[in-house]
Design a protein around this ligand. Structure first.
Ligand code: KIV
Length: 290
């Protein structure tokens, strides 16, 4: 049976009904296809693709063109899943005009259902303009990887009362500016719960506890592919890196020992054609000057 694609209103209604939204990142065709088959509600084409696909040490080098190409692949693979594109560094910070134009590219070229950008009050003019342009825009507060330099690294946020109040105010400002949903990253659960209860829009968590309206994980973390570091909030549902390395090692051994390929991996000549070929080669050789 074809999966039913959820829209923003169905997703928002899930908050009212207390039903959790399931959300994972995907950057390529296969991961997105498997996510859709597994019944995932949403896919984020995160700028974490910088680390998970391209091997950068952060998200800063990621470009608009890279994001769009990955959104296109994910959309082809998951036509019945709500797909969110992640605006990369400097695609929205410089000006409101840039933000609207680049957000528009995600919808026109990447065929996404919504976009996400990082930041609180400071990005509200961009959020308002994108929403006024008729596009769905999600906020992202707490640990915002694009400003990890300012935050002093990939560190949990909102752990003091003052910092928590700042986050609560940012969340309210984003809702007020027209964000249709909010992602809270690496924040204590009690702070995320206050934000979740305070806002009428859905509030999702990555590392912000179970009371949020849904959970996001990075696929490369959940599948045990990303090796550089593992945040505290990650649960590894698989250790694919180990399985992939084992499979590659076995292949290397079998090629070297001529264990692979076997007869079942080869093609047969059409009946009688081998004899014809050998006869032809023999005759050719006989013609050669001695
Ligand atoms: O790019 C991404 O995957 C993200 C998550 C870290 C929330 O923005």
């Amino acid at each position: 049976m074809t999966k039913k694609k959820l829209g923003r209103f169905e997703l928002a209604a899930m908050k009212q009904k207390g039903e959790k939204v399931t959300w994972i990142t995907a950057y390529d065709f296969w991961t997105a296809q498997f996510a859709e088959i597994a019944g995932m509600d949403m896919i984020l084409v995160g700028d974490s693709l910088g680390m998970c696909v391209y091997g950068y040490d952060g998200t800063i080098p990621v470009t608009m063109d890279q994001c769009i190409v990955h959104c296109e692949a994910v959309r082809r693979a998951a036509p019945n899943t709500f797909v969110i594109g992640d605006m990369p560094f400097l695609s929205y910070q410089v000006s409101v005009e840039d933000a609207v134009r680049n957000a528009g590219r995600f919808f026109k070229e990447g065929r996404v259902d919504a976009i996400k950008l990082e930041g609180g009050k400071k990005v509200c003019p961009q959020v308002r303009a994108i929403a006024d342009g008729g596009m769905l825009v999600m906020g992202h507060i707490g640990l915002t990887p694009q400003s990890s330099g300012q935050l002093g690294g990939f560190k949990a946020q909102g752990r003091t009362a003052d910092a928590a109040i700042e986050l609560i105010n940012d969340a309210r400002a984003l809702q007020e500016a027209g964000a249709y949903a909010l992602l809270v990253e690496a924040v204590p659960p009690e702070v995320c719960k206050i934000i979740r209860d305070d806002l009428s829009i859905p509030v999702y968590s990555i590392g912000a506890g179970p009371q949020a309206d849904g959970q996001l994980l990075i696929s490369s973390d959940a599948l045990g592919i990303f090796q550089a570091f593992t945040p505290k909030f990650v649960k590894k549902y698989e250790n694919l890196a180990e399985s992939i390395i084992d499979a590659f090692r076995k292949y290397v051994e079998e090629v070297r020992s001529v264990e692979f390929p076997k007869e079942e991996h080869t093609y047969k000549m059409i009946e009688g054609e081998q004899t014809k070929l050998l006869n032809f080669l023999q005759a050719k050789k006989a013609e050669e000057p001695k």
